[in-house]
Ligand binder design. Structure first.
Ligand code: E4P
Length: 216
């Protein structure tokens, strides 16, 4: 399972990258706004800065919601760097645009996926990745992990090539469950990734080893 970091914060991207286990980055307009990125040129420059830090797929989201606008924006984003993946919302024009990008050799990430039906459409259009938002599904009173398992079962049965990119990760356990459920990728904020390191018995064991090392 690949690990992407879900942030536009360059320091956090660098920290995750230095761990040596990072395979890519996802961003969205909310994450870009959180970093104070304003204006079209600043947005494009920020994507370029991310591409310089991480050697892996970098999702850059289109802001247009109509077919022509999505295609025009996607072309500009894809031209920024060979690792850019055009992130397209799960809407009718988005699906049409994903098919066009697929036919023209541009990688895509279909975002805002909340159902198996949406996942099937994204796969049929040839999306490279699709992003089910498991945390937001949980927030709405449903089971995000059940959605990942259902999509994984369908994709295995149908032989779809689209990679399941589990998004809206809220904690380390989400990451573990995604690995178990057959997600191809998780995208997570830094904290849940670092949360995987933690176990109290590791801390107690290391403290004891250090104590005993002092006696040697
Ligand atoms: C990923 O592509 C999404 O933008 C992101 O994971 C959404 O996460 P959130 O529900 O925590 O905003």
């Amino acid at each position: 399972m690949k690990f992407f970091i879900d942030t536009a914060n360059l320091n956090q991207i660098k920290e995750a990258n230095e761990l040596g286990i990072l395979d890519g980055v996802t961003t969205n307009p909310s994450l870009m706004a959180k970093e104070g990125i304003k204006g079209y040129d600043a947005i494009l420059n920020h994507y370029k800065a991310i591409c310089e830090i991480v050697e892996g797929d970098i999702s850059a989201e289109v802001l247009a919601t109509d077919y022509d606008g999505i295609i025009a924006e996607g072309k500009v984003l894809a031209a920024l760097h060979h690792n850019i993946v055009v992130k397209v919302p799960m809407i009718k024009d988005g699906i049409k645009a994903i098919k066009w990008f697929t036919d023209n050799g541009i990688k895509t990430n279909c975002t805002l996926v909340f159902s198996a039906g949406q996942a099937i459409l994204a796969a049929k259009a040839g999306s490279t990745y699709l992003s089910p938002f498991i945390g937001r599904v949980d927030d709405s009173g449903w089971d995000g992990m059940l959605l990942i398992r259902q999509i994984a079962n369908i994709f295995t049965a149908q032989g779809y090539k689209t990679q399941i990119l589990a998004a809206s990760i809220r904690n380390a356990n989400h990451i573990i469950q995604c690995a178990e459920a057959g997600a191809h990728v998780i995208t997570s904020p830094l904290e849940p990734i670092l949360g995987l390191l933690k176990h109290p018995l590791t801390d107690i064991g290391l403290a004891k080893f250090m104590e005993d090392a002092g006696k040697m």
